[in-house]
Design a protein around this ligand. Sequence first.
Ligand SMILES: [Zn+2]
Ligand SMILES: [Zn+2]
Length: 367
Amino acid sequence: MNNNSGVKVYKIRAAVLRRKGGPLKIESLELEGPRDDEVLVRIVASGICHTDIDFCAAWTKSDEALVLGHEGAGVVERVGKSVKTVKRGDHVVLSYQSCGHCRRCLSGHPAHCQHFYEANFGFQRLDGSNALHRGGVRGHFFGQSSFATHSLATERNLVKVPKDLPLELLSPLGCGLQTGAGTVMNSLKVPKGASIAVFGTGAVGLAAVMAARIVGAGPIIGVDIKPKRLRLALELGATHTIDNRRQDLAARITHITGGGVDYVVETTASPKMHQLAVDVLNPQGVVALLTGESGTDSLPEGRKTLGIIQGDAIPQQFIPKLIELYQAGQFPFDRLVKFYDFKDINRAIADAKRGDTIKPVLRISKK
Ligand SMILES: [Zn+2]
Ligand SMILES: [Zn+2]
């Protein structure tokens, strides 16, 4: 179908947020075909990440409806003229967006893109346009808006993946798992034998636990208030766990390490946990804050806190590495995933909010 200006328009279905807190409703929309630098992806599956849930809860502009979703995986359906790295039929995982031409992007640090906020949370292309038609709905969340049958991505936020692995399983690599593992491997570069505590054993925290085991850290201490998650943390690489509703966190860490810890990965965004992370830190130790803050804060005796975005990962390099580790049995992230039909998106979100499901993945279309 073509619209009046000759641009090809695709009929799609997408889960639309029309009021604060939801529920999301699956609606028919129209999506422009890809521009020269864009790729139209038929979405097979999308993970649900806490950032999606936070947006549902916090969104207040009732006159602007949104399509969320930023852990899409699917099949390339059509490519723009200048796209070189993928072709129709390729399998891809979508990740965060970056501008590709600022100083930080050009120096190989797209997670620190100067336009990161606008490119991921602007709900429009960087030139201000919006490819979604009808009903005042806005897309382009993380350069994808993957709670939909189709998304527009660019070569900067898609990663070609092997066709012999199930796309629905690979979808959460694009944000949560990359962030947790990347924090340990890229941002902190945790060395062999270093002690590490992971506060919050959701998908991001458990990815950090698995990565800590891969790099040979120890002890690896998982901290949470859900016994079920703590048991899973032990199976995935934690050497110790602390239920901080029942146990004194600082005293237990002193007991386990004989002092403090070298690294804390803080995923809970609770001010109390932030303070505890600093309190249990060894001199020269680092707290990684995966809570949206950026920048470094220096503390006494060489301690510091570091705000981390997307585990400082370059998706096209790091996601294939995580897939190799998965295939080698070292990064068994399939243990975190529970699948839902697209129509059950609100139930999936509710299960994730309660902490019953660690990583919900929506099955959106057949491979
Ligand atoms: Zn940039
Ligand atoms: Zn995310």
